[in-house]
Write a protein that binds this ligand. Sequence first.
Ligand SMILES: Nc1ncnc2c1ncn2[C@@H]1O[C@H](COP(=O)(O)OP(=O)(O)OP(=O)(O)O)[C@@H](O)[C@H]1O
Length: 310
Amino acid sequence: MASIIEVSGLTKRYASGFEALKGVDLSISEGEIFALLGPNGAGKTTMISIICGIARPTGGSVTVAGHDIVRDYRGARSAIGLVPQELSTDQFERVIDTVTFSRGLFGKPRNDAHVEKILRDLSLWDKRHNRILELSGGMKRRVMIAKALSHEPRVLFLDEPTAGVDVELRRDMWKLIGELRQTGVTIILTTHYIEEAEEMADRVGVINRGELVLVEEKTALMKKLGKKTLTVVLAEPIEALPAALSEWDVTLHAEGGEIEYIFDTQAERTGVSSLLRRLGDLGIGYKDLNTRQSSLEDIFVSLVHEEKAA
Ligand SMILES: Nc1ncnc2c1ncn2[C@@H]1O[C@H](COP(=O)(O)OP(=O)(O)OP(=O)(O)O)[C@@H](O)[C@H]1O
């Protein structure tokens, strides 16, 4: 698929001398949902701010829909819709007016049919004459999305779209984002919720201390780094792990009632059958076995830990 955003050798050094981005390269394809993950202070907001023309890069280049974000700021910016984390709209304004006005800010001619479509798509049409302050938190977030979509951008940035919202609203937002992608808009979201990336993204990028430490298709990532945990529920609890099990990456849980074994699903030998044989040899009986796939969260935590350790 054609790329819509090209980030090359991007660096950002703040006036304090702090290097927030250390040479980031990234290419985003048109129509994909890309999730940018990273711990606090990793550089996510800095990167988005630069791509959206809010902060200036110190080095490197970024193009959006072919427009250089510095030399052709207007061209680049008009291809972008940005949904900030904070509500940034006049609370007394009416929904339809704020969305119509946002479109005008980008120099686009008035298009009532487009504004109506957005408001309908976002289930805000019935509320179009309400003032923002009369809306629920979830609706306010939808208004922010409507504003960002008002000028028909090709790329939509969502900065932590579900931070601090309840589970139900989060699911609604995921559904909405899924629907937006059907319209062909490219979506880049930052999130602290790994579950959100797991649910939504086609590709995942992990940024840590100003460096993009990983960019991968979500499914490939989960498969490649995927480990499984085998839980062996013992017939009788044991006090400690016998030394004869030290060849396996096993730990004792549930007050000695369960042994957990983490194994690599891609390995030629997973060690599962030999472990069970050894348990038999040791006279340790078990009454149940189950395995679970490691989540993106396990993968993310181990990545950021490896980085820290290095
Ligand atoms: N204006 C600034 N001057 C100096 N340092 C800054 C400035 N803005 C951000 N930083 C630093 O740059 C680093 C990256 O910040 P950034 O806001 O991009 O992180 P983030 O990944 O978005 O974090 P969070 O998840 O907490 O929002 C942080 O260490 C931050 O303290």
